[in-house]
Design a protein around this ligand. Sequence first.
Ligand SMILES: C[S@@+](CC[C@H](N)C(=O)[O-])C[C@H]1O[C@@H](n2cnc3c(N)ncnc32)[C@H](O)[C@@H]1O
Length: 391
Amino acid sequence: MTPSARVQAAIELLDAIIASARDGGPAADTLIARYFKERRYAGSRDRRAVRDHVYDAIRRVAERPESGRAAMIGIAHECPEIAALFDGSVHAPAPIEPGETGAEPGIIPAWIAPLLAAPVEQDALLGRAPVDLRVNRLRGALEDALPLLPDAMPVPGVSDALRLPEGAPVEKSEPWQRGLVEVQDAGSQLIAIACEARPGQTVIDLCAGAGGKTLALAVAMEGKGTLIAADTIRSRLARLSPRAERAGATFIQTLLLDQGHEARALESLHGRADAVLVDAPCSGTGTWRRNPEARWRLTPARLDRLVQEQARILDFAAPLLAPGGALVYATCALTDREGRGQVETFLQRHDGWIADAIDLPLGRAHGPGWLLTPGHDGTDGFYFARLRRGP
Ligand SMILES: C[S@@+](CC[C@H](N)C(=O)[O-])C[C@H]1O[C@@H](n2cnc3c(N)ncnc32)[C@H](O)[C@@H]1O
């Protein structure tokens, strides 16, 4: 592909990504993979260059732009080399018209900025994210992994975490293939630590997805006890079993829940759990540095629905706890409505519940819970709280 054709390809892809973000369709990565599957003539350098254009354009613009062309013209106005590629030749974008404007640059959509928790350093939300690993103690120790990953550095304050530079191809490495390391942000690792799971306990990961945090809980439990990974999406839970095999955590049970009727499937577990983790569906504002396109997907109505759903999940999670058990609520969102506010309203709705004091080497207290942010902690952004029925 010529450099101009790569820009045109980025414009076409951005059009698809904009429509998908508006309509709740597939993620940018999925659309990019599909695009190139249908265009086998594109070589690996073409694919990389197009992908870079697409992500540069996504990162640059806070609000969903009107078109892929507007997004790329925004870049062209700041970069004469890109502007020169709008030359109207075969497979190239049409020349930029005099006065043709590009999408406005920005970090945070204007309506979201006032909703973010006050301590969040907003400028850091779109920074470059490193690749964090969790050493899987079911397979070995940090000292076993370090010599195999010469670029990795321990993450101070997170005992099993290693950090590699952005884009490091971990999944090709031997320690990943034999389950010695998992890709997991250090902040996610702290959430699993906050659950205080122990060997022999009954622990439920209620929104387990593909089991990132379930696998960390399995390590804390040393592979002993009952660990249930529940989710409403079958395909996500299905991704857990090969991961659990690789990690040597085959004692994990999965439980598929029926959206809206979850309580029925969970009834036999009432009063039995030592810890329940609710890693709730959320706006993902804390992970924009990895998913910058999430800014284009969120709307006020969608945020309202998420806040309602988080409260509903917390309400059917609470009866699962045994006396003294811990309900850990976590989101990778940095809006107060999904974090601090959600926990405060839970405590108002549920008489006799209290929030534990949390004290971890990274993060800071915020209301009844704990806040991690990219700017303060170098992790993705999270809010979490540990709740118990009081004495
Ligand atoms: C933030 S993701 C979980 C990520 C996962 N815990 C991890 O560490 O990789 C939230 C998950 O909640 C699930 N979910 C949404 N509604 C749910 C519900 N009503 N009950 C249980 N899980 C639900 C979603 O399918 C999604 O997998």
